[in-house]
Design a protein around this ligand. Structure first.
Ligand code: DX5
Ligand code: ZN
Length: 214
């Protein structure tokens, strides 16, 4: 299992302190939640902050854009040195074009689905996506309760990916814990995002280690 801890639950008054243990943990990526107060009812942090985080983070960046018109920020995300650029299907009228632009910019295109958005919407685009992020809470806030319907969506998505013979990864975001990691792995998840489960833990490095063994 790969693990992508979400910076949203970090100590924003001491990001350098959090990055110190984060860099020596077994985390595979750092998940960065950008919000605009329009696509989601909250605002998190933007590129002036992330520029500094990117400088001190030694893991690949998994950038989750919860914003309208994410295609306007491809160059900003590229400038961070991002590995995944994750856009919401609900925010992209011309998803195929946006994914091509992300790939041309040298990043891995990823697509996020809200809890109410069906997996079948990806049937005609799955081959062009390197990772699908299934939201298991409504985006906008950390620390929410996992929506159990997500397990079925993971199985459906796994079936779609396998039936096309593509290598697309499945990432789960929202309410991921040490309690549900095994069920998520069994259903077919490849990457777990965890915000509060990691950053609010007494021993975050150990929690990351345990999530990896899902
Ligand atoms: C929510 C964000 C998540 C958030 C997850 O909109 O996309 O990445 O940080 O937080 P937890 O793991 O606490 O549910
Ligand atoms: Zn996220």
């Amino acid at each position: 299992m790969q693990v992508s801890p979400s910076l949203l639950s970090a100590n924003f008054a001491n990001l350098e302190g959090d990055m110190e243990w984060f860099n020596r943990s077994e985390a595979d990526y750092l998940h960065l939640d950008v919000m605009d107060g329009v696509f989601v009812p909250n605002i998190s942090f933007g590129f002036p902050v992330l520029k500094h985080v990117a400088r001190i983070c030694r893991k690949p960046l998994d950038v989750h854009l919860m914003i309208v018109q994410p295609e306007k920020f491809i160059q900003e995300v590229k400038a961070l040195g991002a590995y995944y650029m994750n856009v919401h299907v609900e925010a992209c009228t011309h998803l195929h074009r946006v994914l091509s632009q992300i790939r041309e910019a040298g990043m891995h295109p990823a697509v996020t689905l809200n809890p109410s958005t069906p997996v079948c919407l990806l049937e005609d685009i799955i081959e062009d996506i390197d990772m699908v992020l299934l939201m298991s809470v409504n985006p906008g806030f950390g620390g929410q309760k996992f929506i159990p319907r997500t397990y079925d969506k993971i199985r459906q998505l796994r079936q779609l990916i396998d039936s096309r013979g593509c290598q697309t990864k499945i990432e789960i975001d929202g309410g991921v814990t040490l309690q549900n990691k095994h069920l998520l792995a069994e259903a077919g998840a490849d990457v777990l995002v965890a915000g509060s489960a990691v950053f609010c833990a007494e021993n975050p490095v150990q929690v990351i280690h345990e999530l990896k063994n899902a």
